[in-house]
Design a protein. Structure first.
Lengths: 406, 254
């Protein structure tokens, strides 16, 4: 995790020049009486280092530590236990759900695919949730990873795990090649990434060196149980990556760039590098997922790993659970892909209907995804806030929190 | 990052006699066929504040945008501490010790006030001491540090924009119409802040329409019209200057 640099020594600047008091007129919304600012006031700059001025914000830690660590911020968790809980818990839940799942539903192929979808949804979370770029062609990285891993096994006899890593590498290289697409914005980017994935598909499905005509067929490099273990580990890794993105200065930079690239650049953030990093992280995750899928599937034609439905599902799963959260995409994938398994295979027409209605409901009532229900103040939908207030009779405390007082 | 230099004000102002902190030489910017800036030159030393005035569309904000790396110039050079920084991106200039505020404040929505400031990578080169109380304390926003930006008033957003710029510990600060839309009390507060920054050795370029505000802050002004500098000198002299008056009030009839 990149440290934002050593906390600068706090020095008394020049007496009055650096003197600071809390409670400025603007903050209070009250015009100051008497024009002259407070140069004449007794300089308080002689206060010991790092001492918060009297009457500062309740979280006096803000000013001195603000630059050193994002976690010193008042909005963040206070104790390290809670902070580490926030970091470790999502990973434990992700891995735990997948680890227990075979006891509940013994269909290892389905569960492996579920884990793969969780990874894809987390990849979408990184690129869409944190940078705002919506890659409809995300499946291209999945396909690149699937083919990278497969070809390395078939042509070069790579062992299973190395082949998976190679798949991730190949997807990362494609991510680098396609990074200039990030110059586009909005729908243009979405369509260009879609086009790029289609180009990859047509090349792969026609070239002899990718076995386009005959289809890919892999020897068994990993048993299905081994593949599942790898898939679960990968899902845990994806969750961990998102924890890092959420909590690091890098993640804060991404959110800033998403909000306003010009202003973010003026804050010293290299906008191009930040976006490209997120893009590559998300590409590599998809590539690794593609590798796992290829090893599991063993025999396939290009149309399957380059199927646009994969992009769409990954996006829907991520949005359904809630982007910019760690567990949202994981649980979105769990809920919706299980639903797919439950009715999608036997009654595809009802399934489409239910999916459609769910997506409608999501857009109308939960634009922030399922996880916005438990999100921080300001994230929660207004109707839910009302509901919670009514039901739990906590109107006053909840309102205070919403206003940022507590 | 090197350890912060212990000394500040005195050294900085001594150095300022030798060379200006920010030197803009013959800066031009064209948008297609429209010449927004032609051959503008400007010098600001440590502890000095230069006002930039002119009617709407005269190129003030364009000048700030070009100097701060938002636009690339069509010609001319920008020197920071004598170093050529022409055409560098904003993030690099930020780390070299140049920063700015935005005419329409652009705090980062969805982030809290404190996050907006914590985000900033402070300049590596700057010898400026850290503001006591931090940037938020300095501008007086520490009470609302945990609030979301969307909950701030427009005046508070302007202060946050200033705090964001100060968090980078700039040596040169370009201030783009910080006073616009503020009430008289807020104006005095902001003018006081800028004066304190100037007194602490920061070099300021202040774009502003409000003469009363400028009077409190700047030493000299440069008047722009149609992308050209038509006057340089004392603010009072500028107000008395025939060309300047013409530009603002139209040509004298009769």
């Amino acid at each position: 995790m990149p440290d934002p640099g050593p906390a600068p020594a706090r020095e008394d600047q020049e007496g009055a020049g650096a003197e600071v008091r809390a409670g400025a007129p603007l903050a209070a919304g009250v015009p100051r009486e008497g024009g002259a600012p407070r140069e004449g006031a007794a300089p308080e700059g002689t206060a010991p280092e790092g001492t918060a001025p009297e009457g500062a914000a309740p979280e006096g830690a803000v000013a001195p530590a603000a630059r050193g660590s994002y976690h010193a911020l008042p909005s963040g968790a206070r104790g390290w236990e809670r902070r580490w809980g926030r970091r470790v818990l999502p990973v434990v839940v992700t891995v735990g759900v997948l680890a227990v799942a075979p006891q509940v539903y013994d269909n290892i192929a389905f569960l492996t695919t579920l884990a793969v979808y969780m990874v894809l949804a987390e990849g979408i979370n990184v690129i869409y949730g944190y940078t705002g770029y919506l890659p409809f062609g995300y499946v291209g990285f999945f396909g690149a990873g699937a083919y990278g891993a497969s070809l390395s096994v078939v042509d070069w006899h790579f062992p299973g795990l190395v082949a998976l890593l190679f798949g991730g590498l190949v997807a990362g290289i494609f991510g680098l090649v396609l990074a200039p697409l990030l110059r586009l914005s909005g729908a243009y980017f979405a369509l260009a990434s879609l086009a790029a994935s289609q180009v990859m598909y047509y090349v792969v499905s026609n070239e002899p060196w990718t076995y386009g005509e005959s289809g890919m067929s892999l020897p068994a490099v990993l048993s299905s149980d081994q593949t599942y273990v790898v898939a679960v580990a990968l899902a845990g890794l994806a969750a961990l990556v998102v924890v890092f993105v959420r909590d690091s200065h890098f993640g804060l930079s991404l959110r800033a760039v998403r909000a306003d690239p010009v202003s973010a650049a003026m804050a010293g953030i290299d906008v191009v590098r930040a976006r490209t990093s997120a893009w590559l992280i998300s590409a590599v995750l998809a590539g690794l997922a593609g590798g796992v899928w290829a090893v599991m599937t063993a025999a396939f034609y290009a149309q399957t790993p380059f199927d646009l439905t994969l992009s769409v599902y990954a996006i829907v799963f991520a949005l359904f659970g809630g982007v910019r959260t760690v567990l949202g995409p994981v649980l979105g994938a769990l809920a919706l892909y299980s639903l797919y398994q439950y009715i999608g295979v036997s009654n595809p027409q009802y399934f489409e209907l239910v999916y459609g209605l769910l997506i409608f409901a999501l857009i109308l009532f939960l634009p922030g995804g399922l996880f916005s229900l438990v999100g921080g103040p300001g994230d929660r939908p207004a109707w839910w806030e009302h509901f919670v207030e009514r039901v739990l009779h906590r109107s006053s405390s909840s309102r205070a929190r919403r206003l940022g007082g507590a | 990052m090197a350890a912060p230099e212990p000394a500040v004000g005195a050294q900085a102002s001594e150095a300022s006699d030798v060379a200006a902190l920010l030197e803009v030489k013959g800066l031009s910017k064209a948008f297609g066929g429209f010449q927004a800036l032609s051959e503008i030159s400007l010098e600001v030393s440590a502890g000095e504040a230069v006002g930039l005035v002119g009617p709407n569309g005269s190129g003030k904000t364009t000048l700030i945008n070009v100097v701060s790396g938002v636009y690339k110039p069509s010609g001319g050079t920008v020197l920071l501490r004598g170093e050529d920084v022409t055409g560098l991106g904003s993030h690099k200039l930020c780390r070299l010790g140049l920063n700015r505020t935005f005419q329409n404040p652009r705090p980062l929505a969805g982030l809290t006030v404190a996050e907006n400031v914590a985000l900033v990578r402070p300049s590596r080169h700057s010898e400026r001491a850290v503001l006591e109380g931090g940037p938020l304390g300095f501008v007086g926003l520490d009470r609302v540090a945990s609030r979301r930006v969307s909950a701030l008033t427009s005046g508070e957003q302007k202060l946050l924009d200033l705090a964001r710029a100060l968090a980078a510990r700039p040596e040169v600060l370009l201030v783009d119409e910080l006073g616009a839309g503020l009430n008289p009390g807020e104006l005095d507060h902001v003018a006081g802040l800028l004066r304190r920054l100037k007194d602490a050795g920061m070099a300021l370029v202040v774009v502003e329409h409000l003469m009363g505000f400028l009077e409190q802050v700047v030493d000299t002004v440069t008047v722009l019209n149609a992308g050209m500098a038509i006057f340089r000198g004392d603010l009072r002299a500028a107000v008395a200057d025939r060309r300047v008056v013409e530009v603002f009030l139209g040509e004298h009839q009769g």
